[in-house]
Ligand binder design. Structure first.
Ligand code: DON
Length: 310
């Protein structure tokens, strides 16, 4: 528990938030550039809150599985830091890019070093590092998510992975470009496979809220063992706050005031350090690739409770 903070009545709060955002459900557009995601029904909304002890509450479609996509980037970063340490930061920065998540533009004048681990370029470097450290980055990540969520049924979505592969020219370009600067250690085709499998992992809001618990517990895993130092957990939360929603990170910090990581599947994970983790899902995206209703629901959460990192 945060110093002097009393936990809200989560079930009542979630019902209130769901009612508040109901008129918005269906807004935005599901990701169009991955055909397997484009057909998802936009009229879905779920939200879950997990406390530090692993109790989880939810509303709406909070147990419906969806494509985690870039939300997995925060878990990959945590694993790469836990297993390989700080040297990762020699290969990827910690500054907001101010550019779309799939942009190439900064890479050339910044010598193949991506701005941060949450844009696609940075996530490819993180997955490359995890691949070197573990020999099977995507399986390692899936196993980690299973353990932290307590859901052994989590899996990859082969159709989504294949769809991304088929439409993956931009990610391939980013990876090859960084390889030309010596910032990718593994063969690019194998790296792309792991990255696409990673993005295709299916999780529900309940799974994600539970799996992100170590970020609210200052680095402690669901089983009570330590994954990250307190300092590393703080660092990941800080990078989520400044970079987790790409070129909308300033707006997200302004509206929500919590570390958050979005994905084009319409999911967002957010953290109240020392208190709880939140996961929201609604497939309609804004033009920066963040869930319209997801951001609105998190905005309601922090507005109604007064909880934020500020
Ligand atoms: O690499 C891609 O383009 C997707 N697999 C993931 C992008 C994503 O989720 C960006 N987040 N908003």
């Amino acid at each position: 528990m945060r110093n002097g903070t009393t936990a809200p009545d989560y079930p009542a709060l979630l019902e209130r938030i769901a009612a508040d955002v109901a008129p918005l459900v269906g807004s935005g557009t599901p990701a169009e550039y991955i055909p397997a995601l484009a057909g998802v029904d936009p009229y879905q909304f779920g939200m879950a809150v997990a406390d530090l002890d692993g109790n989880v509450h939810g509303v709406g479609d909070w147990r419906v599985p969806f494509s985690a996509q870039s939300v997995t980037k925060v878990f990959a970063l945590a694993l790469a830091l836990a297993e390989g340490g700080d040297s990762l930061w020699e290969r990827v920065g910690r500054e907001p890019s101010g550019n779309p998540f799939n942009s190439l533009v900064q890479l050339e004048y910044e010598n193949g070093i991506p701005r941060n681990p949450f844009i696609n370029a940075g996530a490819l470097v993180v997955t490359d590092r995890l691949q070197t450290l573990t020999g099977d980055a995507s399986s390692e990540l899936l196993e980690f998510l299973r353990q932290e969520s307590g859901n052994p049924d989590l899996g990859f979505d082969a159709e989504v992975a294949a769809s991304e592969h088929e439409h993956g020219d931009r990610n391939a370009a980013v990876a090859h470009f960084m390889a030309s600067y010596g910032n990718i250690d593994n063969p690019v085709p194998a790296l792309l496979d792991h990255y696409f499998w990673q993005c295709s992992i299916e999780t529900s809001c309940a799974d994600l809220a539970l799996a992100a618990g170590f970020l609210a517990r200052h680095g402690i895993r669901a089983d009570g063992t330590r994954l990250l130092t307190r300092s590393e957990a703080k660092q990941i939360n800080a990078v989520m706050l400044t970079c987790g929603t790409y070129d909308a990170a300033g707006e997200f910090a302004y509206r929500v005031g919590l570390p958050g990581k979005s994905g084009v599947g319409g999911g967002i994970v957010a953290v109240v350090p020392g208190l709880c983790t939140l996961a929201v899902w609604s497939p309609g995206l804004d033009r920066r690739g963040n869930s319209v209703v997801g951001v609105a629901a998190l905005d309601r959460f922090t507005t109604l409770t007064g909880l934020s990192v500020f």
